[in-house]
Design a binder for this molecule. Structure first.
Ligand SMILES: O=C(O)CCC(=O)C(=O)O
Ligand SMILES: [Fe+2]
Length: 200
């Protein structure tokens, strides 16, 4: 993945692979995911209050990992056939391996995700995150945590984006809401959860 253009000027690596699925494959997976994934409304604790977002989420993995995201802990469901197929495609394209996947469903452009970085304690430090997009094309933005430099990328139907190295330490990212997009989008972020060995 090192010879592909890095979209970040410094302090991290963001590589965009473009469409890694044909449009027929991407359509097929979009419909299967809408139907078969156990979508739940996302909850977050913001300024001490529990809020429920319209965006829906699901969490799958090779073991029932518990994963804390926005201060809410979830337990991973076992891989589905489609998720295993997509994981293999993302691993084949990147040469990385992943053991879990967080899925987001945005019903329209009015739903997005606020500025954040994915440096949760459970995630492997500086591990690659493979982000596969299905459905409506959306803009994805990065902002440097210190100097506020911005980088925008358009994420296409069936495309893959990889965030690696120190990206999560130095950059925030978000999916900005937009009134221009009426269709749904699903995003799958393949991740590596560290196996914690209990201290005796
Ligand atoms: O929807 C996206 O493209 C990004 C989702 C994201 O940043 C996340 O799940 O952490
Ligand atoms: Fe993220």
């Amino acid at each position: 993945m090192g010879n592909r253009k890095n979209y970040l000027p410094y302090d991290g690596e963001v590589r965009y692979y473009g469409k890694i699925l044909t449009s027929a494959e991407a359509d097929g997976y979009l419909h299967k995911m809408l139907e078969k994934i156990e979508w739940q409304n996302d909850e977050a604790i913001i300024f001490g209050r529990r809020i429920v977002t319209k965006r829906m989420v699901a969490w799958y993995g090779e073991r029932p990992f518990s994963y804390t995201y926005s201060k809410v802990t979830k337990s991973a469901l076992p891989w589905t056939q489609e998720l295993l197929e997509l994981k293999a495609r993302v691993e084949g394209a990147t040469g990385e391996t992943f053991n879990s996947c967080l899925l987001n469903l945005y019903h329209s452009g009015e739903e997005g995700m606020a500025w954040h970085s994915d440096g949760e304690a459970d995630l492997k430090k500086d591990g690659a995150i493979g982000s596969l997009s299905l459905g409506a094309e959306r803009k994805f933005s990065f902002k440097h945590k210190k100097n506020k430099e911005r980088v925008d990328i358009l994420l296409e139907h069936g495309s893959l984006l990889v965030m690696a190295g120190t990206t999560q330490t130095y950059w925030w990212h978000r999916l900005p809401p937009t009134k221009k997009v009426l269709d749904a989008r699903i995003n799958l972020t393949f991740r590596t959860i560290e196996e914690k060995i209990a201290e005796i």
